[in-house]
Design a protein around this ligand. Structure first.
Ligand code: C5P
Length: 249
């Protein structure tokens, strides 16, 4: 199974994002994550540009709406040839199924095949993963504000099982939850895990964190790393350190 390090390109605009990635010229092309901030600022053209430059792209827009709307939105995103897209599992199994159908329908005849390793089970559509519970949601708030009576780990496992039942490829979760998800959904069900910090670095605002090496041991398939790389004095060296620790190479 493919494993990789994904850099969270949490930049306000195109210039900052491309300026940051220019430092990787002539280097291994990093897998990048585009989130809401950059996408809403720049639109689909930033995705096309990064794909043109040869970066695999995880488009992290976390869709959550009625099934028909999500299906049609996914048709549009699929035509961008992104490698990974996501939805909220809280949108229900029906919504996740609709998202998957939209992704398949959005592949135009003659669309380039997305890489076998990074672009879906057979490379013919983007991977689709679901957010279980956001790592910013505490068990207390989930129970008091959302009136979900179960424990947070039980909801994470249940949402992951729902995603699997809907035919999705995996989930976004904390690296500390990866083993639990794999045990419930099988070893091939992908875990994409933010909340990564080097052993000798600050946690910032992240709570449930671990190192790239420990994430590998627990079973993460893709780690998502933002500030430890983007805010490093030498981002290329910090990225190489992630690769070395996570891929053990
Ligand atoms: O800078 P840092 O490494 O904390 O960035 C982590 C990235 O992963 C950010 O883009 C953040 O929005 C995203 N993320 C997260 N926790 C989640 C889902 C996404 O940190 N549960």
């Amino acid at each position: 199974m493919a494993k990789d390090v994904i850099i969270a390109c949490d930049f306000a605009g195109r210039q900052q994002a491309l300026g940051f990635l220019d430092a990787f010229e002539g280097h291994r092309k990093p897998f990048v994550k585009i989130g809401m901030e950059l996408f809403y600022a720049e639109g689909p053209e930033i995705v096309r540009e990064l794909k043109r430059r040869g970066h695999p792209v995880f488009l992290d827009l976390k869709l959550h709406d009625i099934p028909n709307t999500v299906r049609k939105a996914m048709r549009v995103l699929s035509a961008l040839d992104v490698d990974i897209v996501n939805v909220h599992a809280a949108g229900t199994i029906e919504m996740m199924r609709a998202a998957l159908e939209g992704l398949i329908e959005g592949r135009k005849p003659g669309s380039p095949k997305i890489s076998d390793l990074r672009g879906g089970p057979d490379g013919t559509r983007p991977l689709l993963i679901a957010v279980t519970q956001l790592t910013s949601t505490s068990e207390e708030r989930m129970q008091k504000e959302l009136l979900i009576g179960a424990g947070i780990n039980d909801t994470i496992v249940k949402y992951a099982q729902n995603a699997r039942e809907a035919g999705l490829d995996g989930v976004v979760c904390s690296p500390l939850e990866a083993a639990m998800v794999k045990a419930a959904c099988g070893p091939d069900f992908l875990t994409v895990t933010p909340g990564i910090r080097f052993a000798d670095a600050a946690a910032d605002d992240q709570v449930r964190i671990t190192t790239p090496a420990r994430a590998r041991e627990i079973g993460s398939d893709y780690i998502v790393v933002g500030r430890p790389v983007t805010a490093a004095p030498d981002p290329v060296a910090a990225y190489d350190r992630c690769i070395q620790e996570f891929l053990n190479q």
